[in-house]
Every structure is written in structure tokens, then in C-alpha cells.
Design a protein around this ligand. Structure first.
Ligand code: UDP
Length: 322
């Protein structure tokens, strides 16, 4: 039991973490500037014992009064559509925000946990990707704003560890999906499910032969907490190693939702990685962690969430018009 600061705590992953931490008896201070996070993700936590929310941009100076046992730095927009829309904020939260969050952890003598990403591997030339792979990133391309910010964040985190003796953990997160994703998040799983539920065409970018490995959010967050509680300092991949082509994902979504949507093909975004799959040997051996939810079961749960989210949106729009 401890007192944990979660930056980006109203976001997709951050909000799941806040819930799990409170469930296990930790106190949580959730920081979020709500640029991509949403109060609806944490609405049920207000008034819950041990929960506090502060609307704050962690790219500016961060301070939290009182004792802190751990700082979990999850603040960052993470969808490729955000890379185009708010590139400077992404660079700032990955660099300045990480520095501020590290400074808070150091001042409090707290453990620091960095949400890093499989994007540090870029368009990988080693497959699957072990933590020892240094990656293949275009620093000046549209994805570079996220990839390089996260690479800087890892470098800064390890510098604090070596130079200041800070206790740190780094998770490299692979594609994750599930409830609390934004309807307009822009990523493949959310786009495909929302398109399928609306009966709109499913937009596959490129020819759909590029691959990703999709992890259901409950598995992912269980991995985060196992890593947080472990003594594993170096970067650790947490993701589901079951690899699918994007076309296979689109077909699975249509099948599970029973949608009549057709698949249409759209241009492949610049620098879109051709393949991605985690080598999770480290997580399996050192954390005893592995994912349990298969893609179809995960799509089913996520589709139920999006169906409700779309119904809520429609009800709100109707109320606005009345
Ligand atoms: N993608 C797609 N249609 C969409 C959104 C994404 O075909 O409507 C593709 C995208 O080009 C990429 C893959 O799906 O090849 C995974 O994209 P996502 O945004 O989910 O994650 P990331 O590219 O960051 O792994």
C-alpha cells in the first residue's frame, strides 16, 4: 500500500491504472491536462477514498504535497493522429514532462515508472523485438515526435537512475486496446470497431499486410503492476506476442461484431512500421507475466464498450437539440 502519482491518469491506460491501484488499496493522485484524457474515464473515482484529481500539464513544473511512494509517468498523446495534430505538446510531455516527473520522484524518494513504447523500435529490422534491439527510427518524420520523445524519456530515466540513484522501471508498451479508448482515437482497433458498429467502411491503410500484436488492456495493466512491484530496472516489453496483419484484424472485427461493413483501402501513412511483435521472454521469466485474453474475446469486450459510448453520444446530441 502506498501513495502513487499517475500522470496522464485520465487517459486510456492511466485511468485503468488508477482503478487497479485503488482496488488494491493504494492512494492515487491523478494528474492530467485533459488534452486527450477525459474525466468520464475517472468519473466513478471521484469521492472514492484515497483518490484525488488535479488538472495539470506536467510539461510545466509539477509538485504534489505529502509523501509519494511511486510516480507513474503515463502522460502523453499516443495515437498517430495526435502526432500530426499536436506534435509540439507530444515532444514537450515526453521531454520536459518526463524531467518534471523524474524531479518529483527524486524529491520524494519515490520509485519512478516510465510508460515507454514499442515505437522506440521504429520500423524494426529485427523481428520479434527484444529489449536489446536499439531500433530503426526516422527522427525527422511525423512519427519522430513521439518516438524520439520516448527515446529521450528512456535516456533521461536511466540518467536519473545512474546519476542520482533513482529507483526506476521502464515499460515498453505494444499496441493495446480496450474500454476507455476514445471513439475518435484514430488507431486501428478503435477505428475498425466504431466503423463496424456504425456500418461504415472499414479503412485499412496500405494493403493491410503490415502486422501488429494487440494486447487487451486488462492484461497490459496487470503487466504494469507486476513490473512496478518487481526489481527489474531495464526496459521491459509488455505486449501480446500474437501477431496479426491489419487485414486479419479488420476481418476479425467484422466477424465478431457481425457487421455488414466492407473493407476499403486508404494510403499507408508515412513511416508506418511494416511489422511489430514483442519478444516477451524477459516479462515471462522475471515477472511471471503473460497475456491471457485472445483477440476475439478482447474485441467483443471492446465492442460492447464502444456500443455504449456511441449510444451515450447519440443521447447527448439528441438532448442538445431538444
Ligand atoms: N490503420 C489502418 N486503418 C486505420 C487506422 C490504422 O489500417 O483506420 C493501420 C495503421 O496504418 C498501422 C496499423 O493499422 O499500420 C496500426 O495502427 P495503430 O494506429 O493502431 O497503431 P500504430 O501504428 O501506432 O502501431
Amino acid at each position: 500500500m502506498g501513495r502513487v502519482v499517475v500522470t496522464g491518469g485520465a487517459g486510456f491506460l492511466g485511468s485503468h491504472i488508477c482503478h487497479r491501484l485503488l482496488d488494491r488499496g493504494d492512494e492515487v493522485v491523478c494528474l492530467d491536462n485533459l488534452i486527450t484524457g477525459s474525466l468520464s474515464n475517472i468519473a466513478d473515482l471521484f469521492g472514492r477514498r484515497g483518490f484525488a484529481f488535479v488538472e495539470h500539464d506536467v510539461s510545466t513544473y509539477v509538485w504534489v504535497p505529502g509523501d509519494v511512494d511511486a510516480v507513474l509517468h503515463f502522460a502523453s498523446p499516443a495515437s498517430p493522429i495526435d502526432f500530426e495534430r499536436i506534435p509540439i505538446q507530444i515532444l514537450k510531455v515526453g521531454s520536459l514532462g518526463t524531467h518534471n516527473a523524474l524531479g518529483l520522484a527524486k524529491a520524494k524518494g519515490a520509485r519512478f515508472f516510465l510508460a515507454s513504447t514499442s515505437e522506440v523500435y521504429g520500423d524494426p529490422q529485427v523481428h520479434p523485438q527484444p529489449e536489446s534491439y536499439w531500433g530503426n527510427v526516422n527522427p525527422i518524420g511525423p512519427r519522430g515526435v513521439y518516438d524520439e520523445a520516448k527515446r529521450f524519456a528512456e535516456a533521461m530515466t536511466m540518467a536519473y537512475h545512474r546519476h542520482h540513484g533513482l529507483d526506476v522501471r521502464i515499460v515498453r508498451i505494444f499496441n493495446t486496446y480496450g474500454p476507455q479508448m476514445r471513439v475518435d482515437d484514430g488507431r486501428s482497433v478503435s477505428n475498425f470497431i466504431v466503423q463496424a458498429l456504425r456500418g461504415e467502411p472499414i479503412t485499412v491503410f496500405g494493403d493491410g499486410t503490415q502486422t501488429r500484436s494487440f494486447c487487451y488492456v486488462d492484461d497490459e495493466v496487470r503487466g504494469f503492476l507486476a513490473l512496478l512491484d518487481s526489481d527489474v530496472v531495464g526496459p521491459t516489453n509488455i505486449g501480446n506476442p500474437h501477431e496479426y496483419t491489419i487485414l486479419e484484424l479488420a476481418e476479425a472485427v467484422i466477424d465478431v461484431t457481425g457487421s455488414s461493413s466492407e473493407i476499403v483501402f486508404r494510403p499507408l501513412p508515412v513511416d508506418d512500421p511494416m511489422q511489430r511483435k514483442p519478444d516477451i521472454t524477459r516479462a515471462v521469466e522475471k515477472l511471471g507475466w503473460q497475456p491471457e485474453v485472445d483477440l476475439r474475446a478482447g474485441i467483443e469486450k471492446t465492442a460492447a464498450y464502444f456500443a455504449q459510448a456511441l449510444a451515450d453520444q447519440a443521447a447527448a446530441a439528441a438532448a442538445d437539440q431538444a
